[in-house]
Design a protein around this ligand. Structure first.
Ligand code: DLL
Length: 454
Protein backbone atom coordinates (compact mmCIF):
# COMPACT_ATOMS: atom_id res chain seq x y z
CA UNK A 1 0.00 0.00 0.00
CA UNK A 2 1.20 3.47 -0.91
CA UNK A 3 1.72 6.18 1.71
CA UNK A 4 2.22 6.54 5.41
CA UNK A 5 -1.46 6.13 6.28
CA UNK A 6 -2.30 5.09 9.78
CA UNK A 7 1.24 4.70 11.05
CA UNK A 8 1.52 8.48 11.21
CA UNK A 9 -1.66 9.07 13.15
CA UNK A 10 -0.76 6.45 15.74
CA UNK A 11 2.49 8.27 16.36
CA UNK A 12 0.70 11.55 16.76
CA UNK A 13 -1.72 10.25 19.35
CA UNK A 14 1.14 8.93 21.42
CA UNK A 15 2.87 12.20 21.00
CA UNK A 16 -0.05 14.41 21.90
CA UNK A 17 -0.57 12.46 25.08
CA UNK A 18 2.97 13.16 26.19
CA UNK A 19 2.81 16.76 24.99
CA UNK A 20 5.98 16.52 22.95
CA UNK A 21 5.99 19.72 20.94
CA UNK A 22 4.02 21.38 18.23
CA UNK A 23 3.88 18.63 15.65
CA UNK A 24 1.13 16.30 14.52
CA UNK A 25 3.54 13.63 13.27
CA UNK A 26 6.99 14.51 14.62
CA UNK A 27 8.74 11.45 13.17
CA UNK A 28 7.62 12.57 9.72
CA UNK A 29 7.63 16.36 10.05
CA UNK A 30 11.11 16.44 11.59
CA UNK A 31 12.64 13.49 9.73
CA UNK A 32 16.14 13.95 8.35
CA UNK A 33 16.35 15.15 4.75
CA UNK A 34 17.93 11.80 3.87
CA UNK A 35 14.95 9.99 5.31
CA UNK A 36 12.54 12.24 3.41
CA UNK A 37 14.47 11.59 0.21
CA UNK A 38 14.34 7.83 0.84
CA UNK A 39 10.53 7.98 1.24
CA UNK A 40 10.25 10.06 -1.90
CA UNK A 41 12.46 7.71 -3.93
CA UNK A 42 10.49 4.66 -2.92
CA UNK A 43 7.06 6.24 -3.35
CA UNK A 44 7.89 7.88 -6.69
CA UNK A 45 8.99 4.55 -8.16
CA UNK A 46 5.71 2.94 -7.02
CA UNK A 47 3.65 5.88 -8.22
CA UNK A 48 5.18 5.87 -11.71
CA UNK A 49 4.42 2.16 -12.02
CA UNK A 50 0.87 2.79 -10.76
CA UNK A 51 0.07 5.52 -13.32
CA UNK A 52 1.83 3.68 -16.16
CA UNK A 53 -0.27 0.59 -15.53
CA UNK A 54 -3.56 2.41 -14.97
CA UNK A 55 -3.68 5.70 -16.90
CA UNK A 56 -3.53 5.61 -20.67
CA UNK A 57 -2.34 9.21 -21.01
CA UNK A 58 0.74 8.63 -18.84
CA UNK A 59 1.52 5.38 -20.61
CA UNK A 60 1.31 7.08 -24.03
CA UNK A 61 3.37 10.10 -22.96
CA UNK A 62 6.07 7.91 -21.44
CA UNK A 63 6.11 5.57 -24.43
CA UNK A 64 6.50 8.58 -26.73
CA UNK A 65 9.59 9.56 -24.78
CA UNK A 66 10.87 5.98 -24.84
CA UNK A 67 10.55 5.95 -21.06
CA UNK A 68 9.66 2.82 -19.09
CA UNK A 69 8.61 2.80 -15.42
CA UNK A 70 11.86 1.03 -14.50
CA UNK A 71 13.82 4.04 -15.86
CA UNK A 72 12.56 6.07 -12.91
CA UNK A 73 14.69 4.83 -10.02
CA UNK A 74 14.12 7.77 -7.71
CA UNK A 75 13.82 11.54 -7.44
CA UNK A 76 17.04 12.00 -9.44
CA UNK A 77 15.13 10.79 -12.52
CA UNK A 78 12.02 12.91 -11.92
CA UNK A 79 13.08 15.46 -14.57
CA UNK A 80 12.71 12.79 -17.26
CA UNK A 81 8.95 12.63 -16.78
CA UNK A 82 6.71 14.88 -18.89
CA UNK A 83 4.79 17.76 -17.28
CA UNK A 84 1.03 17.67 -16.78
CA UNK A 85 -0.95 20.88 -17.35
CA UNK A 86 -4.46 22.13 -16.78
CA UNK A 87 -5.09 21.54 -20.50
CA UNK A 88 -4.36 17.84 -19.98
CA UNK A 89 -6.92 17.81 -17.20
CA UNK A 90 -9.41 19.42 -19.56
CA UNK A 91 -8.69 16.95 -22.34
CA UNK A 92 -9.06 13.99 -19.98
CA UNK A 93 -12.18 15.30 -18.21
CA UNK A 94 -13.84 13.65 -16.38
CA UNK A 95 -12.40 10.14 -15.97
CA UNK A 96 -9.27 10.07 -18.15
CA UNK A 97 -6.74 10.51 -15.34
CA UNK A 98 -8.44 8.22 -12.87
CA UNK A 99 -5.93 5.61 -11.73
CA UNK A 100 -8.26 3.43 -9.65
CA UNK A 101 -11.60 1.80 -10.46
CA UNK A 102 -14.42 4.26 -9.83
CA UNK A 103 -15.87 1.79 -7.35
CA UNK A 104 -12.82 2.37 -5.11
CA UNK A 105 -13.38 6.14 -5.06
CA UNK A 106 -15.46 7.64 -2.30
CA UNK A 107 -15.41 11.38 -3.05
CA UNK A 108 -14.96 14.03 -5.67
CA UNK A 109 -14.02 17.66 -5.07
CA UNK A 110 -13.89 20.30 -7.74
CA UNK A 111 -12.93 23.86 -8.55
CA UNK A 112 -15.44 26.44 -9.69
CA UNK A 113 -15.73 27.17 -13.38
CA UNK A 114 -17.51 25.68 -16.31
CA UNK A 115 -16.69 22.35 -17.91
CA UNK A 116 -13.35 22.62 -19.58
CA UNK A 117 -11.97 24.89 -16.90
CA UNK A 118 -13.33 22.90 -14.01
CA UNK A 119 -11.02 20.47 -12.27
CA UNK A 120 -12.59 17.30 -10.91
CA UNK A 121 -10.40 15.36 -8.48
CA UNK A 122 -11.18 11.87 -7.20
CA UNK A 123 -10.27 10.40 -3.82
CA UNK A 124 -10.18 6.93 -2.34
CA UNK A 125 -10.72 6.68 1.42
CA UNK A 126 -6.95 6.33 1.77
CA UNK A 127 -6.43 9.56 -0.20
CA UNK A 128 -8.82 11.37 2.13
CA UNK A 129 -7.05 9.97 5.20
CA UNK A 130 -3.69 11.29 3.99
CA UNK A 131 -5.14 14.65 2.95
CA UNK A 132 -6.70 15.08 6.37
CA UNK A 133 -3.37 14.24 7.98
CA UNK A 134 -1.77 17.08 6.01
CA UNK A 135 -4.46 19.49 7.22
CA UNK A 136 -4.08 18.25 10.80
CA UNK A 137 -0.35 19.06 10.57
CA UNK A 138 -1.26 22.62 9.56
CA UNK A 139 -3.67 23.03 12.48
CA UNK A 140 -1.10 21.75 14.97
CA UNK A 141 1.55 24.05 13.48
CA UNK A 142 -0.82 26.94 14.19
CA UNK A 143 -0.90 25.87 17.84
CA UNK A 144 -3.96 23.60 17.62
CA UNK A 145 -4.59 20.70 19.99
CA UNK A 146 -7.55 18.45 20.68
CA UNK A 147 -8.72 21.00 23.23
CA UNK A 148 -9.30 23.64 20.57
CA UNK A 149 -12.57 24.68 18.97
CA UNK A 150 -11.87 24.84 15.25
CA UNK A 151 -14.24 27.14 13.37
CA UNK A 152 -14.22 26.24 9.68
CA UNK A 153 -15.64 29.03 7.54
CA UNK A 154 -14.20 27.90 4.21
CA UNK A 155 -16.94 26.87 1.80
CA UNK A 156 -18.20 23.31 2.10
CA UNK A 157 -19.28 21.36 -0.94
CA UNK A 158 -17.20 20.82 -4.04
CA UNK A 159 -14.57 23.36 -2.88
CA UNK A 160 -11.76 21.65 -1.00
CA UNK A 161 -11.35 24.30 1.73
CA UNK A 162 -14.21 23.27 4.03
CA UNK A 163 -13.77 19.52 3.63
CA UNK A 164 -9.98 19.64 4.09
CA UNK A 165 -9.77 21.70 7.27
CA UNK A 166 -12.87 20.03 8.69
CA UNK A 167 -11.28 16.62 8.16
CA UNK A 168 -7.95 17.78 9.58
CA UNK A 169 -9.62 19.10 12.70
CA UNK A 170 -11.55 15.85 13.21
CA UNK A 171 -8.36 13.93 12.75
CA UNK A 172 -6.71 15.96 15.47
CA UNK A 173 -9.69 15.38 17.73
CA UNK A 174 -10.61 19.04 18.14
CA UNK A 175 -14.20 20.18 18.48
CA UNK A 176 -15.01 21.11 14.89
CA UNK A 177 -17.57 23.70 13.78
CA UNK A 178 -18.40 23.08 10.10
CA UNK A 179 -19.76 26.60 9.57
CA UNK A 180 -19.10 26.97 5.84
CA UNK A 181 -18.88 30.50 4.43
CA UNK A 182 -21.40 33.32 4.65
CA UNK A 183 -24.07 34.24 7.22
CA UNK A 184 -21.76 36.48 9.21
CA UNK A 185 -24.26 36.98 12.05
CA UNK A 186 -24.38 33.25 12.71
CA UNK A 187 -20.61 32.95 12.39
CA UNK A 188 -20.06 35.56 15.08
CA UNK A 189 -22.75 34.15 17.32
CA UNK A 190 -21.23 30.65 17.27
CA UNK A 191 -17.78 32.13 17.71
CA UNK A 192 -18.81 33.93 20.88
CA UNK A 193 -21.23 31.29 22.25
CA UNK A 194 -18.97 28.29 21.66
CA UNK A 195 -15.63 29.97 22.23
CA UNK A 196 -14.01 29.21 18.86
CA UNK A 197 -10.23 29.31 19.22
CA UNK A 198 -8.98 28.66 15.68
CA UNK A 199 -10.57 30.27 12.63
CA UNK A 200 -10.13 28.72 9.18
CA UNK A 201 -11.30 30.78 6.19
CA UNK A 202 -10.04 32.92 3.32
CA UNK A 203 -8.00 35.93 4.45
CA UNK A 204 -10.54 38.33 2.95
CA UNK A 205 -13.36 36.74 4.92
CA UNK A 206 -11.21 36.81 8.06
CA UNK A 207 -10.65 40.53 7.55
CA UNK A 208 -14.37 41.09 7.06
CA UNK A 209 -15.22 39.08 10.19
CA UNK A 210 -12.60 41.02 12.14
CA UNK A 211 -14.05 44.34 11.06
CA UNK A 212 -17.60 43.28 11.91
CA UNK A 213 -16.56 41.95 15.33
CA UNK A 214 -14.92 45.26 16.15
CA UNK A 215 -17.83 47.34 14.84
CA UNK A 216 -20.17 45.40 17.09
CA UNK A 217 -17.93 45.82 20.11
CA UNK A 218 -17.51 42.05 20.50
CA UNK A 219 -13.71 41.90 20.53
CA UNK A 220 -13.67 40.95 24.24
CA UNK A 221 -16.21 38.19 23.72
CA UNK A 222 -14.16 36.13 21.29
CA UNK A 223 -11.54 33.57 22.31
CA UNK A 224 -9.73 33.17 18.99
CA UNK A 225 -5.98 32.60 19.24
CA UNK A 226 -5.04 31.65 15.68
CA UNK A 227 -6.28 31.67 12.12
CA UNK A 228 -5.40 29.44 9.15
CA UNK A 229 -5.99 31.47 6.03
CA UNK A 230 -5.39 30.58 2.39
CA UNK A 231 -6.93 29.83 -1.01
CA UNK A 232 -6.09 33.31 -2.29
CA UNK A 233 -3.19 35.74 -2.25
CA UNK A 234 -2.82 38.03 0.75
CA UNK A 235 -0.18 40.51 1.78
CA UNK A 236 1.87 40.90 4.97
CA UNK A 237 -0.06 44.13 5.64
CA UNK A 238 -3.28 42.17 5.58
CA UNK A 239 -1.79 39.61 7.95
CA UNK A 240 -0.82 42.30 10.45
CA UNK A 241 -4.19 43.97 10.16
CA UNK A 242 -6.10 40.74 10.86
CA UNK A 243 -3.72 39.77 13.69
CA UNK A 244 -4.13 43.14 15.35
CA UNK A 245 -7.87 43.34 14.97
CA UNK A 246 -8.57 39.82 16.25
CA UNK A 247 -5.61 39.50 18.64
CA UNK A 248 -4.49 36.26 16.97
CA UNK A 249 -1.60 34.80 15.00
CA UNK A 250 -2.51 34.38 11.34
CA UNK A 251 -0.98 31.45 9.41
CA UNK A 252 -0.91 30.88 5.68
CA UNK A 253 -1.96 27.59 4.10
CA UNK A 254 -1.60 26.62 0.45
CA UNK A 255 -2.98 23.96 -1.79
CA UNK A 256 -4.89 23.24 -4.96
CA UNK A 257 -7.68 20.87 -5.87
CA UNK A 258 -5.54 19.04 -8.44
CA UNK A 259 -3.02 18.02 -5.76
CA UNK A 260 -5.67 17.29 -3.04
CA UNK A 261 -6.68 20.69 -1.65
CA UNK A 262 -5.45 22.76 1.32
CA UNK A 263 -2.46 21.34 3.18
CA UNK A 264 -0.02 20.85 0.31
CA UNK A 265 2.01 23.28 2.41
CA UNK A 266 1.46 25.28 5.59
CA UNK A 267 3.12 27.87 7.78
CA UNK A 268 4.75 27.14 11.12
CA UNK A 269 5.43 29.46 14.04
CA UNK A 270 8.15 31.26 12.04
CA UNK A 271 5.42 32.60 9.73
CA UNK A 272 7.96 32.85 6.94
CA UNK A 273 7.24 30.44 4.14
CA UNK A 274 5.21 27.24 4.08
CA UNK A 275 6.53 23.70 4.67
CA UNK A 276 5.57 21.40 1.80
CA UNK A 277 4.36 17.99 3.03
CA UNK A 278 7.23 16.34 1.21
CA UNK A 279 6.37 12.80 2.23
CA UNK A 280 3.29 13.21 -0.02
CA UNK A 281 4.29 15.82 -2.60
CA UNK A 282 7.58 16.42 -4.38
CA UNK A 283 8.02 20.13 -5.10
CA UNK A 284 10.03 21.57 -8.00
CA UNK A 285 10.44 25.09 -9.33
CA UNK A 286 10.87 25.46 -13.08
CA UNK A 287 11.47 28.19 -15.59
CA UNK A 288 7.92 28.59 -16.97
CA UNK A 289 9.19 29.25 -20.48
CA UNK A 290 11.86 26.57 -20.91
CA UNK A 291 10.72 24.00 -18.34
CA UNK A 292 14.24 23.89 -16.89
CA UNK A 293 14.38 22.90 -13.20
CA UNK A 294 15.69 25.77 -11.05
CA UNK A 295 17.74 25.51 -7.86
CA UNK A 296 16.72 26.56 -4.34
CA UNK A 297 16.31 30.32 -4.03
CA UNK A 298 15.34 30.93 -7.65
CA UNK A 299 11.91 32.17 -8.58
CA UNK A 300 9.83 30.13 -11.00
CA UNK A 301 6.68 28.09 -11.47
CA UNK A 302 5.82 25.56 -8.77
CA UNK A 303 5.41 21.99 -9.95
CA UNK A 304 4.12 19.19 -7.72
CA UNK A 305 4.18 15.41 -7.97
CA UNK A 306 1.78 13.57 -5.72
CA UNK A 307 3.54 10.40 -4.64
CA UNK A 308 0.93 8.89 -2.34
CA UNK A 309 -2.37 9.68 -4.10
CA UNK A 310 -4.15 6.56 -5.35
CA UNK A 311 -7.16 7.79 -7.32
CA UNK A 312 -5.94 10.97 -9.01
CA UNK A 313 -2.16 11.06 -8.93
CA UNK A 314 -0.58 13.89 -10.90
CA UNK A 315 3.08 13.69 -11.83
CA UNK A 316 4.91 16.98 -12.38
CA UNK A 317 1.76 19.09 -12.39
CA UNK A 318 2.40 22.70 -13.44
CA UNK A 319 0.49 24.84 -10.96
CA UNK A 320 1.09 28.19 -12.74
CA UNK A 321 1.79 29.60 -9.28
CA UNK A 322 5.10 31.42 -9.05
CA UNK A 323 7.23 30.74 -5.97
CA UNK A 324 10.66 30.02 -4.51
CA UNK A 325 11.80 26.91 -2.60
CA UNK A 326 14.22 26.88 0.31
CA UNK A 327 15.87 24.02 2.20
CA UNK A 328 17.30 26.37 4.84
CA UNK A 329 16.98 25.11 8.41
CA UNK A 330 13.75 26.29 10.06
CA UNK A 331 13.66 27.21 13.73
CA UNK A 332 10.43 25.25 14.23
CA UNK A 333 12.35 21.98 13.83
CA UNK A 334 10.47 20.85 10.73
CA UNK A 335 12.74 19.65 7.98
CA UNK A 336 10.41 19.72 4.99
CA UNK A 337 11.27 22.19 2.24
CA UNK A 338 9.62 25.61 2.45
CA UNK A 339 7.96 27.55 -0.36
CA UNK A 340 7.26 31.24 -0.39
CA UNK A 341 3.66 32.29 -0.59
CA UNK A 342 2.64 32.44 -4.27
CA UNK A 343 4.31 35.49 -5.79
CA UNK A 344 2.19 35.63 -8.91
CA UNK A 345 0.83 33.43 -11.68
CA UNK A 346 2.36 32.34 -14.94
CA UNK A 347 -1.07 32.40 -16.56
CA UNK A 348 -3.89 34.91 -16.42
CA UNK A 349 -6.05 33.24 -13.78
CA UNK A 350 -7.53 35.62 -11.24
CA UNK A 351 -8.87 34.59 -7.86
CA UNK A 352 -11.85 36.80 -7.06
CA UNK A 353 -13.79 36.21 -3.84
CA UNK A 354 -11.97 32.88 -3.62
CA UNK A 355 -13.26 31.82 -7.06
CA UNK A 356 -10.85 31.03 -9.90
CA UNK A 357 -11.72 33.23 -12.87
CA UNK A 358 -10.14 33.16 -16.33
CA UNK A 359 -10.55 36.25 -18.54
CA UNK A 360 -11.36 33.88 -21.42
CA UNK A 361 -14.54 32.81 -19.61
CA UNK A 362 -15.70 36.42 -19.53
CA UNK A 363 -14.78 36.90 -23.16
CA UNK A 364 -16.78 33.81 -24.14
CA UNK A 365 -19.90 35.23 -22.51
CA UNK A 366 -19.45 38.62 -24.19
CA UNK A 367 -18.89 37.17 -27.65
CA UNK A 368 -21.82 34.76 -27.28
CA UNK A 369 -24.05 37.73 -26.48
CA UNK A 370 -22.93 39.62 -29.59
CA UNK A 371 -20.55 42.16 -28.01
CA UNK A 372 -17.27 43.14 -29.65
CA UNK A 373 -14.07 41.91 -27.98
CA UNK A 374 -13.38 45.36 -26.57
CA UNK A 375 -13.71 45.00 -22.85
CA UNK A 376 -11.84 45.53 -19.64
CA UNK A 377 -11.92 43.57 -16.41
CA UNK A 378 -11.22 45.70 -13.36
CA UNK A 379 -10.65 44.04 -10.01
CA UNK A 380 -10.50 46.06 -6.81
CA UNK A 381 -10.56 45.26 -3.13
CA UNK A 382 -12.75 47.55 -1.06
CA UNK A 383 -12.97 46.96 2.69
CA UNK A 384 -11.17 43.65 2.18
CA UNK A 385 -13.82 42.44 -0.21
CA UNK A 386 -13.12 41.80 -3.89
CA UNK A 387 -15.08 43.62 -6.52
CA UNK A 388 -15.26 42.60 -10.18
CA UNK A 389 -16.25 45.15 -12.78
CA UNK A 390 -16.58 44.34 -16.46
CA UNK A 391 -16.62 47.28 -18.87
CA UNK A 392 -17.86 46.40 -22.33
CA UNK A 393 -18.13 48.51 -25.43
CA UNK A 394 -21.47 48.48 -27.18
CA UNK A 395 -21.76 48.19 -30.95
CA UNK A 396 -22.96 51.44 -32.60
CA UNK A 397 -26.43 49.86 -33.08
CA UNK A 398 -26.70 49.03 -29.35
CA UNK A 399 -25.55 52.51 -28.47
CA UNK A 400 -28.58 54.05 -30.17
CA UNK A 401 -30.92 52.01 -27.94
CA UNK A 402 -32.90 53.68 -25.17
CA UNK A 403 -31.49 53.91 -21.64
CA UNK A 404 -33.90 51.28 -20.40
CA UNK A 405 -32.88 48.90 -23.19
CA UNK A 406 -29.23 49.43 -22.29
CA UNK A 407 -29.86 48.78 -18.63
CA UNK A 408 -31.82 45.64 -19.59
CA UNK A 409 -28.77 44.49 -21.55
CA UNK A 410 -26.53 45.09 -18.55
CA UNK A 411 -28.79 42.96 -16.38
CA UNK A 412 -28.71 40.16 -18.96
CA UNK A 413 -24.93 40.22 -18.97
CA UNK A 414 -24.77 40.20 -15.18
CA UNK A 415 -26.80 37.00 -15.06
CA UNK A 416 -24.90 35.35 -17.94
CA UNK A 417 -21.61 36.13 -16.19
CA UNK A 418 -22.98 34.84 -12.88
CA UNK A 419 -23.95 31.59 -14.59
CA UNK A 420 -20.47 31.23 -16.10
CA UNK A 421 -18.34 32.34 -13.15
CA UNK A 422 -20.52 31.76 -10.12
CA UNK A 423 -19.93 35.30 -8.83
CA UNK A 424 -21.47 38.73 -9.35
CA UNK A 425 -19.83 41.09 -11.80
CA UNK A 426 -20.74 44.74 -12.01
CA UNK A 427 -21.33 45.26 -15.75
CA UNK A 428 -20.97 48.69 -17.35
CA UNK A 429 -21.82 49.10 -21.02
CA UNK A 430 -19.83 51.97 -22.47
CA UNK A 431 -19.94 53.90 -25.74
CA UNK A 432 -18.19 52.46 -28.83
CA UNK A 433 -14.46 53.17 -29.04
CA UNK A 434 -14.11 54.39 -25.45
CA UNK A 435 -11.93 51.56 -24.17
CA UNK A 436 -8.29 52.40 -24.86
CA UNK A 437 -6.76 50.43 -27.74
CA UNK A 438 -3.34 49.00 -27.26
CA UNK A 439 -0.60 48.82 -29.82
CA UNK A 440 0.71 45.61 -28.38
CA UNK A 441 -1.11 43.10 -26.24
CA UNK A 442 -4.54 44.36 -25.22
CA UNK A 443 -4.71 45.23 -21.54
CA UNK A 444 -7.80 43.30 -20.62
CA UNK A 445 -7.26 42.96 -16.91
CA UNK A 446 -6.56 45.75 -14.45
CA UNK A 447 -6.02 44.20 -11.05
CA UNK A 448 -5.73 47.04 -8.57
CA UNK A 449 -5.38 44.78 -5.53
CA UNK A 450 -1.56 44.52 -5.61
CA UNK A 451 -1.67 41.13 -3.98
CA UNK A 452 1.65 39.73 -5.04
CA UNK A 453 4.06 42.17 -3.49
CA UNK A 454 5.84 39.81 -1.06
O1 DLL B 1 -7.84 27.12 -3.03
C1 DLL B 1 -7.34 25.03 -1.92
C2 DLL B 1 -7.24 25.74 -0.61
C3 DLL B 1 -8.34 25.82 0.21
C4 DLL B 1 -6.03 26.25 -0.19
C5 DLL B 1 -8.25 26.44 1.45
C6 DLL B 1 -5.90 26.86 1.05
C7 DLL B 1 -7.02 26.95 1.85
P1 DLL B 1 -8.28 25.78 -5.67
O2 DLL B 1 -9.66 26.33 -5.59
O3 DLL B 1 -8.04 24.64 -6.62
O4 DLL B 1 -7.81 25.20 -4.29
O5 DLL B 1 -7.31 26.98 -6.02
C8 DLL B 1 -5.93 26.76 -6.10
O6 DLL B 1 -5.48 28.99 -5.31
O7 DLL B 1 -3.17 27.39 -7.48
C9 DLL B 1 -3.25 29.31 -5.95
O8 DLL B 1 -3.22 30.10 -7.11
C10 DLL B 1 -4.36 29.79 -5.03
N1 DLL B 1 -3.97 29.64 -3.62
C11 DLL B 1 -4.22 28.61 -2.80
N2 DLL B 1 -3.70 28.85 -1.57
C12 DLL B 1 -3.09 30.07 -1.64
C13 DLL B 1 -2.36 30.88 -0.72
C14 DLL B 1 -7.70 25.92 -3.11
N3 DLL B 1 -2.16 30.51 0.54
C15 DLL B 1 -5.19 28.05 -6.34
N4 DLL B 1 -1.85 32.05 -1.17
C16 DLL B 1 -3.70 27.90 -6.27
C17 DLL B 1 -2.04 32.46 -2.45
C18 DLL B 1 -3.25 30.56 -2.96
N5 DLL B 1 -2.74 31.75 -3.35
Amino acid sequence: EIGSGLVGSEMCIRDRDTNMGNYFQPEIECASQDQIRAWQDERLVKQVRHVYDNVEMYRKRMDEKGLKPEDIKGVENLHKLPFITKDDLRDEYPYGLLAMPLSDCVRIQSTSGTTGRRVVAFYTQHDIDLWEECCARAIVAAGGTKDDVVHVSYGFGLFTGGAGLNGGSHRLGSLTLPMSSGNTDRQIQFMTDLGSTILCCTPSYAAYLAETIIERGLRDKIKLKAGIFGAEAWTEEMRHDIEKKLGIKAYDIYGLTEISGPGVSFECEEQAGMHVNEDHFIAEVINPVTGEVLPDGEKGELVFTSITKEAFPLLRYRTRDIGILSHKKCSCGRTHVKMTKPLGRSDDMLIIKGVNVFPSQIETVLLNKGYPANYQIIVTRVNNSDNLEVRVEMTPEMFSDSISEISGREKQLVSALKAMLGIYADVKLVAPKTIARSEGKAVRVIDKRNLYQA
